[in-house]
Unconditional design. Structure first.
Length: 305
């Protein structure tokens, strides 16, 4: 396992380096002068040039990049040009809200999809199976924007049970979690159902039934563990995406996560903050994938590091 972790650490460093290069290049190819955007309207060209010089934007790109990477190695992700705060502090203030929303969305998704997918796979062709497939198709075809607006209209405007926006207690997280988790629940339902149908037709399941093992033990002890391997893969990708900032959901419900911070940083041409966000998001994505790889070995003992 140690060799595996060392190898994955090397991959992580390469991925983060690639992200830093691509982000650095793309941001500076975008039109507009960040120095002009930071100054009040009507600022003179001399003032813009002076600010750009003080920000280091007049130096060669290679020199700017090397300076940036030296600071990253030291743990310094720079100072935000628009917020006038350290980038790590800004990200640290927003990250807990994104983690809470991600965890709630995953819980909502699994609470819906696993029971529905398992029952649909066991009772193939039944009314329960029809409901599972209907939900899977409907959930994947609906836009999160539409889901969020419908939930706000019904639960916040008409019934007044839940707040339409904001960040605070459990009531605030329910609507954005359902909005974010519904498409993922639909996908996991379809995968769980199809996986359960395939696994239950395997020879070893037939042999297990012949030994007199109960149906519940067959489903939850033998079949579901094998079904969960591709499901865990999808969950890992989705969790990494959510941690990167569910921009649409956060904008609809005014959720103070890193998705909204990313959009604000891009609009304000805040180079240091955008680069810091991309590095942190990439690191989280890689760490989630590492956790998924380790989880594989517990689900299937045949897999080795």
């Amino acid at each position: 396992m140690l060799r595996f972790l060392i190898r994955r650490t090397g991959y992580t460093i390469l991925v983060l380096w690639g992200v830093s290069v691509i982000t650095f290049a793309l941001i500076r190819l975008a039109p507009g002068n960040p120095a002009r955007l930071l100054l009040p309207q009507g600022a003179t060209d001399a003032e813009v040039e002076a600010l750009a010089e003080s920000m280091g934007l007049k130096r060669p790109l290679v020199e700017q990049y090397l300076t940036y990477m030296r600071n990253v190695v030291k743990g310094d992700l720079g100072l935000s040009l628009s917020y006038k705060k350290p980038n790590l502090q800004l990200i640290g203030e927003r990250l807990p809200a994104t983690v809470v929303l991600t965890a709630a969305a995953v819980l909502v998704s699994l609470a819906i999809s696993i029971p529905m997918g398992v029952m649909g796979g066991i009772k193939k062709g039944s009314f329960i199976d029809f409901l599972a497939m209907f939900f899977a198709l409907l959930g994947q075809s609906m836009s999160p924007v539409w889901i969020g607006l419908v939930l706000i209209l019904f639960f916040a405007v008409h019934l007044r049970w839940l707040p339409a926006m904001g960040y605070g207690n459990l009531k605030h997280v329910l609507l954005p979690a359902i909005t974010l988790g519904t498409p993922m629940a639909a996908l996991v339902t379809r995968m769980t159902r199809s996986g359960m149908i395939d696994v239950l037709s395997e020879d070893y399941i037939t042999a297990t039934r012949a030994k007199g093992v109960s149906q519940n033990a067959i489903v939850f002890k033998y079949a579901l563990k094998n079904v969960m391997i591709p499901v865990v893969t999808v969950l890992g990708i989705q969790i990494g995406t959510f941690l990167g900032g569910a921009v649409v959901t956060e904008q609809i419900f005014q959720w103070p996560g890193i998705g909204g911070l990313t959009i604000a940083a891009i609009n304000q041409r805040d180079f240091p903050l955008v680069q810091a966000l991309m590095l942190v998001i990439s690191f989280m994505f890689v760490m989630v994938n590492l956790a998924v790889d380790i989880l594989y070995t517990f689900l299937d003992p045949r897999l080795k590091f």
